[in-house]
Design a protein around this ligand. Structure first.
Ligand SMILES: *Cc1c(COP(=O)(O)O)cnc(C)c1O
Length: 421
């Protein structure tokens, strides 16, 4: 459930008409709902209670500091995958002991940053990373709590670009070599082994792959304990999918996911961490765009929007579907018209939807892409020298710009001329 509903014929974000935001801030614009973010976070903490747990929001899905602070103020932890995300989490007031550091390519500089400013744990993904972390810890005279990310070799049954838990993926250590690598970790100076980490992919729409993975993690916990390791924390990653289309089967709910966790690893007495991104932020955001032109092509009509692939790359990168709705509520009985919905960027890939049935629309009309909160603004670029689009946060009947659209002067000022020009 989200808080983007029609009221009095106008699509609202909570109590604010999106058309009002478009008029004030301009389009295209990302708009997030505080109530939806909070609701999704709470669903997870409720689903895991009474197990001791920490819900670490995957910062990479939506990293605006105002969003992180909204969640951090509720007690959420953060899952970061770069020094930049670490700094964002800290800037949002999240203490280091609620931040976990994931990712396959952490640099020594990033390790030093987190070790100096405070970290809950590193999720280590390889032996060379383990050795590098040990060296950095020794040089700083500190100890790092770590888990090793194991690759359980299960098929997450999701898009190939976001599946991470098969042995051919670049993530984690093979579960078959876990004993050996945990033994090495336990012997390294500056390393404190606290648990096991697993993350098998994103936008999973079934529970079975999670179940397979967590049963393997439960087995591994017992094996590693028998080998003398004090496994007290399990980080179970993120990956629960969201409904991108109103007409699709509903993916599993956080409550069912929580029950699965309790069933598979609840008896082990471990503290549970999860790292949901999309399920918290995805349906908490929309992208609002204006129709620049309606163009009649041969055999099809094009809606040419002021948003493009550089603003929302998911359709072009993953073939992803986003529901597109007009801000002005269409009459119930209206006959749908079929459009190709495209952006102005000079690539055929800049297509949001093909042959999409929509109510008849006109130049100047406003539309919203639903479910655009996750992997939307964070993946935006300035391709075609289009300014990064602004972000707005709504809370009840107020809204605030939480990232302003840069001016063209600011964009140009980042380029510098070499002395010979
Ligand atoms: C991307 C990622 C997540 C979040 O995935 P969602 O599908 O957005 O929930 C969590 N943990 C790790 C390690 C990730 O790489």
């Amino acid at each position: 459930m989200d808080h983007f509903l029609y009221r009095n014929g106008q699509l609202h974000a909570e109590d604010v008409p999106l058309a009002e935001i478009a008029a004030t801030v301009g389009t295209p614009v990302y708009c997030y709902s505080t109530a939806t973010l909070k609701r999704h976070y709470r669903l997870f903490t409720e689903a895991l209670s009474p197990l001791p747990h920490l819900v670490c929001f995957a910062v990479k899905s939506l990293s605006n500091v105002a969003v992180l602070k909204t969640l951090g103020d509720l007690g959420a932890g953060m899952d970061v995958v770069s020094g930049g995300e670490y700094r964002r989490a800290r800037a949002a007031g999240v203490p280091g002991d609620r931040i976990v550091f994931s990712g396959v390519g952490k640099t020594r500089e990033e390790m030093r940053l987190a070790l100096t400013e405070g970290i809950r744990q590193f999720n280590v993904e390889s032996e060379p990373e383990l050795r590098a972390l040990s060296e950095v810890c020794v040089s700083l005279g500190v100890t790092a709590p770590i888990t090793l990310r194991v690759n359980p070799d299960v098929d997450a049954r999701t898009h190939e670009k976001i599946a991470t838990g098969k042995k051919e993926n670049k993530f984690g250590i093979p579960i078959s070599r876990a004993s050996e690598i945990y033994a090495e970790a336990a012997g390294l100076p500056g390393i404190d082994v606290v648990g096991i980490d697993v993350h098998i992919g994103s936008q999973l729409t079934a529970l079975e792959p999670f179940e397979q993975a967590y049963l393997k993690v439960a087995d591994l916990t017992q094996r590693l304990r028998a080998e003398g390791h004090d496994i007290r924390r399990l980080d179970l990653g993120g990956g629960l999918g969201i409904p991108y289309s109103r007409s699709n089967d509903a993916p599993p709910l956080p409550l069912d996911y929580g029950a699965l966790i309790k069933r598979t690893v609840g008896h082990l007495g471990c503290e549970i961490e999860i790292e949901p991104g999309r399920l918290i932020s995805g349906n908490a955001g929309v992208l609002v765009s204006r129709i620049i032109y309606v163009k009649q092509g041969e055999g099809r009509d094009f809606l040419i929007l002021d948003a493009a692939m550089n603003d929302l790359i998911r359709p072009s990168m993953y073939g992803a579907h986003h529901d597109i709705v007009p801000l002005a509520e269409p009459a119930v009985a209206v006959q749908p018209h079929v459009y190709d919905v495209v952006g102005p960027v000079c690539e055929t890939g800049d297509t949001f939807a093909r042959a999409r049935p929509l109510p008849a629309l006109r130049q100047g009309d406003l539309v919203a892409f639903r479910s655009a909160g996750a992997y939307g603004a964070v993946m935006a670029s300035e391709y075609n020298s289009r300014p990064l689009i602004p972000e707005v946060l709504v809370k009840e009947d107020h809204f605030a710009v939480i990232r302003a659209r840069p001016s063209f002067d600011e964009m140009l000022a980042r380029d510098t001329l070499p002395p010979w020009l």
